[in-house]
Write a protein that binds this ligand. Sequence first.
Ligand code: UD1
Ligand code: CA
Length: 416
Amino acid sequence: MKNDIAVIILAAGKSTRMKSDLPKVLHSLCGRPMLGYVLDLVAALKPGKVVTVLGYRQELVRKVIPSGVKACIQKRLLGTADAVKSGLAALKGFKGTVLVLYGDNPLLKKGSLKKLLDYHIKNNVDATLLTAQLKKPAGYGRIIRDKCFNICGIVEEKDADEVQKDIKEINTGIMVFKKEILERNLGRIRANNLKKEYYLTDLIGILAKKGCLVDGVKLEDPREALGVNSRAELAKANSLMQQRINEKFMQEGVTIVDPSTTFINFDARIGRDTVIYPFTVIERGVKIGKRCSVGPFAHLREAVELKDEVTAGNFIEMVRAKIGAKTFVKHFSYIGDSSVGSCVNVGAGTVTANFDGLHKNNTVIQDRVNIGSDTIIVAPVKIGRRAVTGAGSVVIKNIPESTVVAGVPARVLRKR
Ligand code: UD1
Ligand code: CA
């Protein structure tokens, strides 16, 4: 626990450029609001205090904030400097280092923040900025350095002249301050002429002019700097986050045949030696065992659990379904609200008709059942152990163990 470090996360902004009714920080990357990633990152740093600054539709944002993290309100959205001021009000009595993070900066990694904090503390700097070198810096504040290469200010894109626009070193928005320096000087910032907002970035020029020690640490991987302001940036951030998630699974021993067409939710769990074929979507809360085979073109939706050695093959959709070990669901099937045993074979084209127009109903298929191709199972229904359904059956009643049924509606033909 680093008691002398406090973190302020700015998350009050509207979604102006997103053109959305949802607050920007609640837009999802790989199934999770972007603010969630920032909160996790902060939790991993174990600072003494964490304050989030909320504003636009704060009642919605509050829901993703864990207990133990303070939420304070910025009454009017007057810019990032004003937001920091609101955050500071919740840090009365705290002495030490203040790290400012933006809620729309979800790709940042713990290592980079640690490096920034270590540098700031070790060198006794007054304000340290996390900067990045970008090939295309458009949209970001540019870092202004003097002849001796010392940082002397930040110019926002809107206020930058042509020469400044050419600067490739940008402000990621992440800054560390000595608290008393931040507190003492925040009030010196004047509203920006164009937008009538108080820019936190203006503080850097003010501090440099006063002779405070201002320094910068450059990100090794500039992709971590991505700030999400638009839907296009959201898509880019999503794809970078997906790359990270897929790489993590590969490191853990999962084969992903084509990571660029494999979409796995941040909280999915996948066992070793499972192979995921292309064009597969794996959503929230899905658990996949060892040595499974998934896809191509599989859609595993929320609360799906595959035990070991399951095949969920071509063009399969599953939702709220538990599938037992060594069960095959290999071609064109919809399995919803179902519990399927082990060593079951589900024939091509099988559909669980789980919705009666009003309710979702459950299907139970016990161990070693053999479902013939094109069987429709009208839930609620239970198919007993070792039962067999003929191709094209429509099952509307429970089927006893070890019986063979066929037809529309399915009738018992014989014992097995
Ligand atoms: C900001 C920086 C810019 C930097 C970029 C990095 C300023 C003035 N500019 O620009 O130099 O390159 O981030 O991504 O800081 N917020 C509030 N209250 C407000 C306004 C904003 O809480 O009144 C929050 C937003 O929710 C957001 C963050 O502050 O999480 C940044 O605001 P945003 O409007 O996205 O700033 P940028 O224009 O991206
Ligand atoms: Ca931003």
